[in-house]
Design a protein around this ligand. Sequence first.
Ligand code: G3I
Length: 376
Amino acid sequence: MSSRSRNWLHAMGAVLLAAVAIGCARVRPVAVGRAPRTLRTAFEGAFLVGAALNVAQFSGRDTAGAALVRAQFNAITPENVLKWQSVHPRPGVYDFATADQYVAFGERDGMFIVGHTLVWHQQTPRWVFQDSSGNPVSRDTLLARLRDHIETVVGRYRGRIRGWDVVNEALNDDGTLRPTPWLTIIGVDYLAQAFRFAHAADPAAELYYNDYALENAPKRNGALDLVRRLRAAGIPITGVGLQGHNRMDWPTAAQQDSTIVAFAGLGVRVMITELDIDVLPRPNQSATVLNPYPNGLPDSVQHALAQRYAELFTVYERHAADIGRVTFWGVADGDSWLNHWPVRGRTNYPLLFDRQHRPKPAFEAVMGVAAQAPAR
Ligand code: G3I
């Protein structure tokens, strides 16, 4: 080889190395060597990555589940134990034994601890809305009960629970307010009042409105109006929780993208709060087999699920500046509520870890999105 061609090769090599170096500089560094590959480190600087926990996980009964949570996540949400019926089952009776365990679990590792949820029409005992004869209470009585509940629950964990789903699922599919007892007894200001009470109980806590299917235009428009009105009235709402109970074909990446953009445009933070992807048919889809994968997910579906997760995380990454947290609704597939809804006893595969707590191809796909993201 002539010295001229050797020089040319050296020059090209240098250009290639520089190109690789520039490319690397734009890609967020990923853990190398023997460091565990975890969701929380992969998305550091982008958003928190959380999971909803059940009692077995934070009480230590499910040791494998608890270890997985500590390894992978830096935010937690209680799947059920902070709902009204759990902490405030009877008038004047509060029971924080289990919720205290949940908070202690998160504090041990300095996790971002979320409270879920203060105002909802489900998992709220009937007595809340009734007097001793079973008749609806007055607006003033219900407001007083709401204030007492929020002051007591938020106040107990002041400075420890850092963000609250204050109002959950207040909207109908068409964007109008759902006719819950909260609305019919108190009136439209029940949402504003709930946020005010929560802010008074812990002025530093982040406060969210949380709902599902906000990617559909009519409901999204209703939620946008709601947030606009709350903010115009000076109500301290920090963010909107897009629950993210997704399907393989819904929402589209474009719907997800425009929904995040729309809420961020109002000046609130966006949280993905209850992420999962249902791979099973809905009973009304004229499906003849309702539980098609009792013994495992076929490779083709496993692959499609991984791609679907990559698609969604690509959108979240693009809007990382506006997204504070992405929380999965469960840890491993066996824990998911989707094994019991809308049909009891099915075998669903909605999360990133399988029933043995092993990472699925979907986990690798999500980690791949993090590895390709620009450095922050
Ligand atoms: O704890 C009892 C148990 O003692 C009893 O043996 C068993 C029999 O059915 O029920 C157990 O309670 C169940 C509870 O989950 C704990 O597993 C309730 O029946 C069941 O209704 C409840 O479901 C929860 C659901 O909210 C209630 O509507 C799911 O776990 C929980 O994942 C789900 O979470 C909601 C979010 O809070 C809001 N967004 C939607 C999301 C999914 O529905």
